[in-house]
Write a protein that binds this ligand. Structure first.
Ligand code: HEC
Length: 437
C-alpha cells in the first residue's frame, strides 16, 4: 500500500494516503505525500530496525554518541546529517574494508550496503514518517556469552579533567584480582562505569613485576591511575580484552573449549580512553571475565608482528613500514615472538597512533601468492578494535604474516619513531589462531 502511494507521488498524481481526507487536498498533496514514505517506499517502520541495530548502541541517552537516535522525533530533524554521515562511511565508525578480497568482519557496525543505501535514501527524502513503527528503539546489551562470571572493579573512582584541559584522557589503572589459583578464561571485556565518557577501554594481563612497575607509575601521579596512551606503559603487558561502545566487542572464542588460564598472582591493567566532549563526571569501570563453559581444550595462539624501526620524517605525505612473522609446523609456537604454529586466524588486532593512514595484514604463501587478512584503508585512532573474521583464514607452515603500515606527517616539524607516547607512532597487528577451520 505504501509502495503504491510512493509510486503515485513520483508520478505527481494525487488521491493517496492521509491527504485524501484533507479538505484542501490539492494544496497539501505534495507535502503530505512526502511525509508519507521515501523513494524506496520506506517510512520510520522500515528504517527503525536498521537504526536500532546499527546506531542506537551508541546513540541513546547516556551513551558516547552524544545524542539519541532512538525516537522518530529525535531522528527526523537530523536527517541531513544522518544522510551525510552514513553515505560518507563516517557512521557507524568501522574501519575494515571488504574490498579486494579481504574477509568479512563480524561486527554490528559493519552495515550491509543495502541497509546503508536504504537509510541514506530515506534520510535524503527528508525522513518521511510513513505508518507505524516503534515509539522508542531500545538497545539490549547482552553479549554473545551472556552474563560475565567474574568482575574486577577499578580500585578507586576517577574523574577525568574537564574539557577546558583536554577532550581526550588516556588513563591506566592497576587492578589486583587476587587470583590464588589459575582460572579458565574464555573472554575478557570491560563494563564501563560511565558510558557517556568512556570512549573505549583495553585490558592487559601483567605478571607481578610489571604490576609493581605500573603501581610506581600510579604513585608518581596525582589521583587514581596514571597517564598512558597506546599501551600499558610497562612491558610485557598482554592485551586480553577490549571494549568499544555498543557492547559488540567481546571476542567470542571460535569454539567453547578455546580459552587460556589466567595465571595466579597476575594482575590487570585497565586502560581507559575518556572523552569529555559531550559529558563529564566520575567513572569506576569494571573488568569482566567469562570462564570457559567446558574444560579448556585449546589455548589460542597469537602472532604479534610489529615494525619498531621505522622513521617518519617531518613534512612527509606518506611513509610505509612493514614487518613480518612466520607460521611454523604445529607444536613449535614461539608465543609473542616472530613465529607461531599454523592454524586458523579468527581475530585481528591492528594498532597505530594518530599519524596512521592505512594498515594492511596479508598472508603471503610460499609460492608468492597472497591473501588479505584485514585491510584498513583509512585509519582512525579513535575507532580501532579487535576484529573477528566471519570465516577464519587458514595459515600453514611456511606462510608469512605481513603487516604494512602507512603514515602521513604533513604538518609535523619533528621526526617520529616508535614509542608509547601520543607524539610517537606504532605499527603492529596481532592475530589469534586456533586449530579448527
Ligand atoms: C560505535 C559508536 C557509534 C555508532 C555505532 C554510531 N555512532 Fe554516530 N557518533 C558516534 C560518536 C562518538 C559521535 C560523535 C563524533 C565522533 O566522535 O565521531 C557520533 C556522531 C554522529 C553524527 C554527527 C557527526 C557526523 O559525523 O556527522 C551523526 C549524524 C551520527 N553519528 C549518526 C549515526 C548513525 C546514523 C549511526 C548508525 C547508522 C551511527 N551514528 C552509529 C558514535 C557512534
Amino acid at each position: 500500500m505504501r509502495r503504491s502511494c510512493t509510486l503515485v507521488f513520483l508520478l505527481a498524481s494525487s488521491g493517496c494516503g492521509p491527504s485524501v481526507e484533507t479538505p484542501d487536498a490539492h494544496v497539501a498533496d505534495d507535502a503530505d505525500a512526502r511525509q508519507d514514505t521515501g523513494p524506496a517506499g520506506d517510512g520510520w517502520a522500515e528504517v527503525a530496525p536498521i537504526l536500532e541495530r546499527r546506531c542506537v548502541p551508541c546513540h541513546r541517552d547516556g551513551e558516547i554518541g552524544g545524542f539519541g537516535l532512538d525516537t522518530y522525533e529525535r531522528v527526523a530533524p537530523l536527517a541531513p546529517s544522518i544522510a551525510g554521515a552514513v553515505s560518507s562511511g563516517r557512521m557507524p565508525p568501522f574501519l575494515p574494508s571488504e574490498d579486494d578480497g579481504c574477509p568479512s568482519v563480524d561486527d554490528f557496525r559493519n552495515v550491509p550496503a543495502a541497509d546503508r543505501a536504504r537509510l541514506v535514501g530515506w534520510a535524503e527524502a527528508g525522513a518521511p514518517r510513513g505508518i507505524g513503527g516503534p515509539d522508542r528503539l531500545v538497545h539490549t546489551s547482552e553479549g554473545p556469552l551472556g552474563p560475565a562470571d567474574r568482575r574486577f572493579a577499578m580500585e578507586l573512582a576517577y574523574t577525568p579533567p574537564p574539557l577546558t584541559t583536554r577532550a581526550d584522557d588516556y588513563r591506566c589503572f592497576v587492578i589486583d584480582p587476587h587470583v590464588s589459583a589459575p582460572f579458565p578464561t574464555a573472554a575478557m571485556s570491560v563494563e564501563p562505569g560511565n558510558r557517556a565518557i568512556v570512549h573505549h577501554a583495553i585490558t592487559f594481563m601483567v605478571a607481578p613485576a610489571q604490576a609493581d612497575e605500573a603501581r610506581r607509575l600510579d604513585d608518581a601521579e596525582e589521583g587514581p591511575g596514571y597517564t598512558c596512551y597506546g599501551g600499558a606503559m610497562v612491558t610485557p603487558a598482554y592485551a586480553s580484552g577490549l571494549w568499544v561502545p555498543g557492547d559488540a566487542s567481546v571476542l567470542e572464542p571460535p569454539r567453547e573449549d578455546v580459552g587460556y588460564w589466567f595465571p595466579a598472582g597476575w594482575q590487570l591493567i585497565l586502560q581507559v580512553h575518556y572523552n569529555v566532549e559531550h559529558a563529564h563526571g566520575e567513572d569506576r569501570s569494571e573488568v569482566v571475565v567469562w570462564e570457559t563453559p567446558v574444560p579448556i581444550g585449546e589455548v589460542p595462539r597469537n602472532l604479534l608482528v610489529g615494525d619498531y624501526d621505522f622513521v617518519i620524517p617531518p613534512r612527509t605525505a606518506r611513509v610505509e613500514g612493514t614487518a613480518s612473522g612466520w607460521f611454523t609446523a604445529a607444536g613449535t609456537s614461539d608465543v609473542l615472538g616472530v613465529s607461531a604454529a599454523e592454524g586458523t586466524i579468527y581475530a585481528v588486532t591492528p594498532h597505530m597512533h594518530e599519524l596512521g593512514q592505512s594498515l594492511r595484514v596479508q598472508l603471503v604463501h610460499a609460492d608468492g601468492t597472497s591473501q588479505c587478512v584485514l585491510s584498513i584503508p583509512a585509519w582512525d585512532f579513535h575507532w580501532q578494535g579487535v576484529f573477528r573474521l566471519h570465516e577464519g583464514v587458514r595459515a600453514v607452515a611456511g606462510d608469512e604474516l605481513r603487516v604494512t603500515c602507512a603514515w602521513s606527517n604533513p604538518d609535523g616539524d619533528e621526526t617520529v619513531t616508535w614509542g608509547e607516547g601520543t607524539s610517537d607512532e606504532m605499527c603492529y597487528a596481532s592475530v589469534a589462531l586456533y586449530s579448527g577451520r
